[in-house]
Design a protein around this ligand. Structure first.
Ligand SMILES: C[S@@+](CC[C@H](N)C(=O)[O-])C[C@H]1O[C@@H](n2cnc3c(N)ncnc32)[C@H](O)[C@@H]1O
Length: 251
């Protein structure tokens, strides 16, 4: 599964991990603690956790991301693994995840169950992900453009749960929810001169697979036209992000 361009990711979409820094504060990793970073990407936040003295393992489904993480942070452990069914040799004190759980959409209960099995009783699970309504303007523009071009609507790869649904899932899978926030985070797409079209290219690339190549540009320009009234400001494009942030404890 290589849905990610890891080189473009750090240079153009560094805001994903920049915005994740307060989440590291919420995790509050302690020196010597064993922490797992699930969907670690190129390892920027994994390194911040390690910097606080914790012993971290970064796991990501993309070999390209892990290769880059290993090159950037040679002192940290990173492995390729799928959030749905990874196992660890010895349980961890805490699991952390930024902007990744919504990509693990095949079976979210299996993901939460794998995290539970990787934690000691009392272990913390601190994460942020897209919540219900995340990128609704962007995805509506996409689906409309696809329809207008007579294409079958693409299957969008994400899982954006409501707070109630995710709290229920966490409880059912053996966690106590200590904190759950659900908030809008309009995010400037500073590094997307091509606007919503650029966002689709990086984050919804799977929707472009198999399309006739000469259709892609006009289709993406139509996405821009449709999304512009809601998302284009004088200062540039904004993405209509909605986030779920939680801290839970394994029972
Ligand atoms: C938006 S990036 C976030 C990366 C990093 N946590 C950060 O804050 O910069 C999402 C990451 O989730 C990973 N991912 C997606 N599906 C996954 C899965 N099933 N198992 C493990 N990682 C997955 C992707 O490869 C990607 O690196």
């Amino acid at each position: 599964m290589e849905r990610w361009n890891s080189r473009a990711y750090d240079s153009s979409f560094g805001y994903v991990s920049t915005q994740g820094a307060p989440l590291v504060d919420l995790l509050d990793p302690q020196p010597g603690e064993r922490v797992l970073d699930l969907g670690c990407g190129t390892g920027v936040l994994t390194a911040q956790i390690a910097f606080r003295g914790a012993e971290v393992l970064g796991i990501d489904g993309s070999a390209g991301m892990i290769e880059k993480a290993l090159a950037q942070y040679p002192g940290i452990n990173f492995i390729v693994g799928d959030g749905h069914d990874f196992t660890v040799a010895r349980p961890y004190d805490a699991a952390f995840s930024n902007a990744a759980l919504h990509w693990m959409s095949r079976d979210p209960a299996a993901v939460v169950g794998s995290v539970r099995e990787a934690l000691v009783p009392g272990g913390r699970f601190v994460a942020e992900m897209g919540g219900a309504g995340n990128c609704a303007e962007l995805t509506t523009a996409m689906l409309t453009a696809w329809r207008e071009y007579g294409l079958r609507e693409p299957e969008l790869p994400w899982y954006f749960p409501t707070p109630a649904d995710y709290a229920r899932l966490l409880e059912r899978e053996g966690f106590l929810v200590r904190l759950l926030e659900y908030f809008d985070r309009p995010t400037p797409l500073d590094e997307c001169p091509g606007g919503a079209a650029d966002w689709v290219r990086v984050f919804a690339a799977s929707a472009l697979e198999g399309l006739p190549p000469d259709l892609v540009e006009p289709l993406l320009q139509r996405v821009n036209e449709l999304a512009a009234p809601a998302l284009r400001r004088e200062t540039g494009w904004m993405a209509d992000y909605v986030r779920l942030r939680f801290a839970a404890v394994r029972r």
